[in-house]
Design a binder for this molecule. Sequence first.
Ligand code: GLC
Length: 554
Amino acid sequence: MDGAGMRKVSSHCSISDMDDYDLSKLLDKPKLNIERQRSFDERSLSELSVGLNRGSVENFEHIYSPGARSGFDTPVSSTRNSFEPHPMVAEAWEALRRSLVYFRGQPVGTIAAYDHSSEEVLNYDQVFVRDFVPSALAFLMNGEPDIVKNFLLKTLQLQAWEKRIDRFKLGEGAMPASFKVLHDPVRKTDTIVADFGESAIGRVAPVDSGFWWIILLRAYTKSTGDMSLAESPECQKGMRLIMSLCLSEGFDTFPTLLCADGCSMIDRRMGVYGYPIEIQALFFMSLRSALALLKNEGEGKEFIERITKRLHALSFHMRSYFWLDFRQLNDIYRYKTEEYSHTAVNKFNVIPDSIPEWVFDFMPTRGGYFIGNVSPARMDFRWFALGNCVAILCSLATPEQSMAIMDLIEERWEELVGEMPLKISYPAIESHEWRIVTGCDPKNTRWSYHNGGSWPVLLWLLTAACIKTGRPQIARKAIDLAESRLLKDGWPEYYDGKLGRYTGKQARKFQTWSIAGYLVAKMMLEDPSHLGMISLEEDRLLKPLLKRSSSWTC
Ligand code: GLC
């Protein structure tokens, strides 16, 4: 998302012409609710009147304990007291605090990169919604929720702006990819400029921003016990607007969300258009988070019903058609084509010859993953780390699938982790395919950036997935790798090469989410109860009715 010249940004508004919230009012100490309370985040589908004939499931919230612990039933690590803080931790906190961005004296976010050595700042001096997530989690885990609250409210205000690209008006619910605070020292005003895609390379709107916003709202609520923010009319409306964007009816035959290339973390052309796993997993997680946070009254009621139906369809579709393991690969390899009617096994008419060679060797006997994309006659077999880790965290993956994903990471450690956690995608595309798929993008050459580059920020997602699946030793190994280089190399944005040995060709230094991602990973491993703010347990009513592959259960 570089190259977005601020001059071209059209949506802006200064505090004087903006109907601003009084941040000081919103900075009231969070209401702490220390009573044992009914779970709000695990609202079971059975409680909802959508005609599902199941008994009610009691889900009790774990006791909220002040001090930023969030409820999760993983026992606090027995090694906790023996945990020596790594010298990098203090350095990371210092760097994270340096990246804070203030609006009218209040911290509202963190800039993407604090890189003075680089001549080209591009848009790395902005607060990106997706980049702020690990920063927010670090602050929540450290018992500093105010900045997260400020950020949620500020971005909510930006959502209300009218958004245009040329003469086309964007959907009301769209959240910005990023925003920037401009300080005018003479007039003593702060102005915000935001980018909803109208300045971004390729002019693509960030589909992930709204999802991350809802996920973060739940994390804030879960961590602080302060329900008042999520329950406020403004936040309820913000969630409904995001939901109506992604639940709107069209010509779709699939419950997955159709996307343009470059609409998420991979924000350049990389052949992920269609139904990318990153967006589907975030979509699922935000649907479940919204279900937990929306009030079951008035307009919220209708949304709860629509979300519930979509979750059922989406989990079935993803678990059935995106899942790939040895057995499933063998089935696809033997697929008949040109089948017609309801009895078709090969529903999307995938031609076995289109299966790339590498996947046959890559697929271990034990293990599996959600592939990159599924659409008519097209399966993108590439591995994408973010989508698979998020699928584990929000229980889009069944417990068996989650275990299989972790098995794959262990079995294919050299390919997926190598010397620097974690590859964003695997394998890289090269030569003719690179030309066609990326449009000859010099930033996305093989094993660089989005094309098989290694991104330290993904460490927090891997760690969370490891803790959730009871495999913390994998996270520890990954953190050890990061600790051997990250600080020394100046917290790069990404690494290049098949093993991730080289600092990325055009990687920023002091990339905030590399710093925050490391801190979140460390804090979660030290105190696994933090996982609760970013994890959702399996909902019994979303259990698969259909078992496609026996390797799920063995
Ligand atoms: C790059 C990344 C994008 C990130 C942005 C700011 O454009 O691809 O995911 O949000 O930098 O760090």
